[in-house]
Ligand binder design. Structure first.
Ligand SMILES: NC(=O)c1ccc[n+]([C@@H]2O[C@H](COP(=O)([O-])OP(=O)(O)OC[C@H]3O[C@@H](n4cnc5c(N)ncnc54)[C@H](O)[C@@H]3O)[C@@H](O)[C@H]2O)c1
Length: 255
């Protein structure tokens, strides 16, 4: 897969799936804007990509902030001259019973997981329209298909990301901007380990039942998602738009 001369913005790229994706796209030759709320991790991932021979800059961005997302698109254009690829990966979890969820918590999860995709897309799409094409990949979750209790806000946002992806794919087809989403199952990242720790579970305890019900019998890794994202973002997926690609080791096909 070749992405030489392409410029990609990856949000939430300071760690986890976003970091794996930024490094995967850089390995294919893309220049990367490593966008994250945490400026230190954004800078260190960008430095690691440069040390490996790639081109990258770190950018501190709160995807829920209109001013930040507008500046993110400007930064990409000023530094690299164009925007070909946008990976809307930044997201946060919330594991609280619905009646104990405050309105502020609910609004915060929606602001990051859903409004963040709207804002980043709003400010990056014009650059893609000028180029005559582009590719956007939104990160939803297998929870858009099958979920558990105490995840109402998170699950609602991820279901909405699938619908938003289809709406965007329809709207931008004439601009040759493809829009797809990836639905990861359980992926071994800091987010997953923090969620298990909040429930007082070790990684092994927390994943035992999951593995029993997962045909491929392993937890996913960041690179499983990064490889799928890179394919969808690349010209090799030229006829794919509006798709929701499940990458979960088969977990959601098992009753
Ligand atoms: N890990 C999983 O099992 C899993 C499963 C399904 C979906 N996902 C989704 O994949 C995406 C990445 O998850 P992860 O496990 O790598 O998470 P993570 O918590 O390990 O990393 C998320 C990154 O996003 C950044 N971030 C958080 N809020 C932000 C904001 N407002 N603006 C910019 N950056 C922000 C964080 O600083 C962090 O670097 C999320 O959208 C998540 O919902 C993860």
């Amino acid at each position: 897969m070749q992405l030489i001369d392409s410029v990609a913005i990856v949000t939430g790229a300071g760690r986890g799936i976003g970091r794996a994706t930024a490094e995967r796209l850089a390995a294919a030759g893309a220049k990367i804007v490593v966008a994250d709320l945490n400026p230190a991790t954004a800078a260190s991932v960008a430095a690691a990509i440069e040390a490996a021979g790639g081109a990258a800059i770190g950018a501190q961005v709160d995807v829920a902030s209109e001013a930040d997302t507008e500046r993110l698109a400007q930064t990409a254009r000023e530094r690299f001259g164009r925007i070909d690829i946008l990976i809307n990966n930044a997201g946060i979890g919330l594991y609280t019973p619905l009646v104990e969820t405050t309105l502020a918590q609910w609004n915060h999860v929606l602001a990051v997981n859903l409004t963040g995709i709207f804002l980043c897309s709003k400010y990056c799409v014009p650059a893609m329209q000028e180029l005559g094409g582009g590719s956007i990949v939104n990160i939803a979750s297998a929870r858009a298909i099958a979920t558990t209790a105490r995840t109402t806000a998170y699950t609602a946002t991820k279901g909405a990301v699938v619908a938003l992806t289809k709406a965007m794919a329809t709207e931008f087809g004439d601009d040759k901007i493809r829009v797809n989403c990836v639905l990861p199952g359980a992926i071994d990242t800091d987010m997953m380990r923090e969620n298990l720790a909040e429930d007082g579970l070790t990684f092994e305890e927390g994943t035992a039942q999951f593995l029993q019900k997962t045909p491929l019998r392993r937890v996913g890794e960041g690179r499983d998602i990064a490889n799928t994202i890179a394919f969808l973002a690349s010209p090799e997926a030229a006829y794919i738009t509006g798709a929701a690609v499940v990458v979960d080791g088969g977990r959601t096909i098992h009753i």
